[in-house]
Design a protein around this ligand. Structure first.
Ligand code: GDP
Length: 607
């Protein structure tokens, strides 16, 4: 695969008209259309390349790319206005009403405290499901549903008159999958550890994931009813894993519970509310809703059904929403308690009926003005997604971003052959820290690199560094799916050299030559000033336009040229496969019948 170089990034402030059309903005900022659309989508704005956005929005996009935007002078602005740019998109703005940058900060007066959203994680069989059941059974708001709760992917409980929302899918896999898609909905993570079993591999994984996401955690030491329960040992093991609970002088809260006997549940609820208070979670119920999809399914009878967790704003029946690549008009909203509601405010999970297609978990939902806006937004997301190759960040990408002062941290999952070499390598990495850039080790351990290591890196924009170790089969598959950069080293100084270069923003992709294929010249056609066209037959691989071409005659190299044109019959084509004839234009005019053209290109070396 060729690595396409984008347009050049400007260095100083960039002058922009107000409003500015997205494609012009891309050009001005030296970024691709897809990049700009992606940044806009991340900020909740769905615009196509031909739409215009206001200056404030454009300057935020510029800031995202580390650039400063300034408005054009008044004269230019008047000219731009006279040119008549219409269709300005600002999120939250209704179609013809207020078009000013409605997505700037919410008015402080509109912000209200919202309920925390909690995910339960931990080792298998430590009681995650039982704990969620115990919480639901003892705490679900009474009188709401006669006790019948529907599975919609999240449930609400009330403690001391305050709501808490639990995501029903326990485990860090769902948590990471969402995070890998840029969606983080969890405010607090509960790590369940069985008191009779202690900290186990998936407990450690869960801790790593929560740490990487910088989400506060509460430890629930479960099964304290068991005769062989040993909460003190659990606390010690947590400390060994750098989770210091309060008794040990740290600030992580631990609560002893028994999901089976329903004890300690109230204390756990209190601690959740305490941690939530400290986080000061706020949202604005008065704006249009923004939320994240946590589940979706096709239901016989009801059609596409998706559960959205509303994060801010209020979602109402009748509103038009965009969700990932699809959209719809909200026909009905149902709560986990099986109640039909007319609206859903911040931190509430509701099932939506009325979507045209099935969104994916992690998709963002937004209220838009009308069906046309919804369709355009869904298309913009589709187009951006089509142009986007899902890749983990390579060490070179991260290096480039550090070089542009976009990143101040290099995140690493570190695996070594033996425990003994961990300390040495971690120490060597930490010595590379500077005032500007730090190495942050999300997880370290001895042994093969496994699937969970790769997934943690994928969810956290990290690279995996292996020292005298290798990938197990699960990790291989995960690398193919996520394209996380896994670097294997056998010599410490090579490892520290690469990481050091990356941290100074200087690590460049290594280019290697890749031979694409060969063609045999069957006829040489004089093409005037444009040089010669070689009527050729592709004998193996493929011939690609714009690549390098070596001309070989009788096995000796005659010239190293470029393929300037490529035709099948009269049509220009990008590539021609084995077994086809084609016309190859070369910037070399001494071709003869029988010559062999070897097509090659330089590609970034992959791990
Ligand atoms: P998960 O895999 O983490 O979701 O664990 P489960 O909730 O399925 O529980 C695993 C097993 O532990 C089940 O047999 C539960 O009955 C049992 N269990 C869960 N919580 C407790 C508890 O507090 N006390 C006791 N004695 N057993 C429990």
């Amino acid at each position: 695969m060729a690595v396409e170089a984008g347009p050049a990034r400007p260095t100083g402030p960039v002058e922009l008209p107000d409003p500015v059309v997205v494609k012009d903005l891309a050009e001005a900022l030296g970024a691709s259309h897809a990049d700009i659309i992606n940044i806009l989508i991340r900020n909740g704005i769905f615009a196509s390349v031909n739409q215009a956005i206001d200056f404030d929005t454009a300057s935020l996009v510029a800031a995202d790319l580390g650039l400063e935007a300034v408005t054009l002078g008044a004269a230019e602005r008047a000219a731009a206005e006279a040119a008549g740019t219409q269709d300005i998109v600002a999120p939250g703005a209704s179609t013809d009403g207020d078009r000013r940058h409605a997505w700037t900060e919410d008015d402080a007066a509109d912000l209200v405290t919202r309920a925390p959203i909690v995910t339960v994680m931990g080792h298998v069989d430590h009681g995650k499901t039982s704990l969620l059941d115990a919480i639901r059974e003892t705490k679900v708001a009474s009188g709401e549903s006669g006790g019948i709760t529907q599975h919609i992917g999240a449930s609400e409980v009330v403690h001391d008159g305050k709501r808490i929302v639990f995501l029903d899918t326990p485990g860090h896999e769902a948590f990471s999958a969402m995070r890998a898609r840029g969606a983080q909905v969890t405010d607090i993570a509960i790590i369940v550890v069985a008191a009779d079993d202690g900290v186990m591999p998936q407990t450690k994984e869960a801790i790593d994931h929560v740490r990487a996401a910088r989400v506060p955690m509460i430890v629930a030491i479960n099964k304290i009813d068991k005769p062989d329960a040993n909460p003190d040992r659990v606390k010690q093991e947590l400390a060994d894993n750098h989770v210091l609970i309060e008794e040990y002088g740290g600030d992580t809260i631990a609560v002893g519970v028994s999901a089976k006997q329903r004890t300690g549940i109230d204390a756990l609820m209190e601690m959740i509310l305490l941690v939530a208070d400290l986080q000061d979670l706020k949202a604005n119920p008065r704006r249009d809703a923004i939320g994240t999809i946590i589940e979706s399914k096709v239901d016989r009878g009801r059609g596409n059904v998706a559960t959205v967790l509303v994060q801010t704003g209020t979602l109402r029946i009748g509103q038009v929403v965009t969700v990932g690549r699809t959209w719809g008009r909200v026909r009905a909203l149902n709560t986990a308690a099986g109640k039909r509601v007319r609206e859903a405010g911040p931190s509430s999970a509701v099932e939506i009926i009325g979507l045209q297609g099935l969104p994916e978990a992690g998709d963002t939902l937004r209220v838009v003005a009308d069906e046309k806006a919804a369709r355009d937004a869904a298309e913009a997301v589709g187009a951006a997604a089509a142009g986007e190759v899902r890749t983990g960040s390579s060490l070179e990408d991260i290096s480039a971003r550090i070089g542009e002062a976009e990143l101040a941290e290099l995140r690493v999952v570190l695996k070594t052959d033996v425990q003994g070499s961990l300390g040495a390598i971690r120490g060597a990495l930490e010595r590379l820290n500077t005032d500007q850039v730090r190495v942050s080790v999300l997880r370290e351990g001895a042994g093969d690199i496994n699937e969970s290591d790769v997934n943690l890196a994928a969810a956290s924009e990290a690279v995996v560094i292996g020292f005298n170790t290798r990938l197990d089969p699960g990790a291989q598959r995960a690398v193919e799916a996520t394209r996380v950069d896994v670097r294997l080293y056998e010599v410490i100084y090579k490892l520290t050299d690469d990481v050091g270069m990356a941290m100074s923003g200087l690590l460049k992709p290594k280019l290697v030559e890749q031979v694409e294929g060969h063609a045999e010249v069957r006829m040489v056609i004089k093409a005037g000033r444009a040089g010669n066209i070689a009527g050729s037959y592709v004998t193996d691989g493929r011939i690609v336009r714009g690549t390098g071409a070596r001309v070989l005659r009788g096995g000796t190299l005659l010239a190293d040229a470029r393929i300037t044109s490529l035709k099948r019959f009269k049509d220009d084509v990008r590539e021609v496969a084995t077994g086809y004839e084609c016309g190859i234009g070369l910037d070399f005019d001494e071709l003869a019948e029988g010559d062999v053209i070897e097509c090659y290109q330089m590609v970034a070396e992959s791990a």
